[in-house]
Design a protein around this ligand. Structure first.
Ligand SMILES: [Zn+2]
Length: 149
C-alpha cells in the first residue's frame, strides 16, 4: 500500500502523461491528491488518462463503434496480461539486462524494465517518442519515457 510522501504513477493533466507523482493526501486507503514530479502541479489522483467527454452531435456512429471495439480489445488484452506476463517471464533470457524504469530514459520494444511499484515489465510497443506500452504482471500500462526535466 502506498503511503503519503511516496511516489505513485498518476495521470497529469498538464503533462498529459502518466508520470511519477508524490502522494499528498489520502482519503481512507485511497490516494486522493498527488503532486506531479515533472511539472509540480498538485491535483486529484487519476491512475489513467480520463476518458474524453462524449459529444453527442459531432460523432458519427461508426466512430463510436470503433471506439467500443477498441475498448473491448483493450479489456481482453488487460485480462490476458497476467498470462502473457508469466509466459514472457519464463521465456525471458536471464542474461538480458533489466533496466530500472525512469521517465527520463528512452526505451525500445522488447526492453525489460523494472518499475518501483509495478515490478518487472516488458516493453510491448513504442507508442510515441514519449510513451510506450509496458506489459506488467497485472496489466498493460501506458508509461511515460524520454521526459526531460
Ligand atoms: Zn505534470
Amino acid at each position: 500500500m502506498s503511503a503519503i510522501g511516496e511516489n505513485i504513477d498518476a495521470y497529469c493533466l498538464k503533462c498529459k502523461l502518466v508520470l511519477a507523482h508524490v502522494i499528498m493526501f489520502k482519503a481512507g486507503s485511497a490516494v486522493s491528491k498527488v503532486k506531479c514530479n515533472t511539472c509540480g502541479a498538485e491535483h486529484k489522483y487519476r491512475p489513467e488518462k480520463p476518458a474524453t467527454k462524449k459529444t453527442a452531435v459531432s460523432r458519427p456512429p461508426t466512430l463510436k463503434e470503433s471506439i467500443a471495439k477498441r475498448a473491448a480489445a483493450a479489456r481482453v488484452e488487460a485480462n490476458n496480461a497476467p498470462m502473457q506476463w508469466d509466459l514472457r517471464n519464463r521465456s525471458m533470457d536471464r542474461a538480458s539486462a533489466v533496466k530500472d524504469y525512469s521517465i527520463h530514459s528512452q526505451y525500445r520494444a522488447k526492453d525489460v524494465v523494472n518499475h518501483h511499484v509495478f515490478g518487472l515489465g516488458f516493453v510491448e510497443r513504442i507508442v510515441s517518442d514519449k510513451s510506450m506500452d509496458v506489459l506488467f504482471s497485472d496489466s498493460v500500462k501506458l508509461m511515460a519515457m524520454n521526459i526531460s526535466s
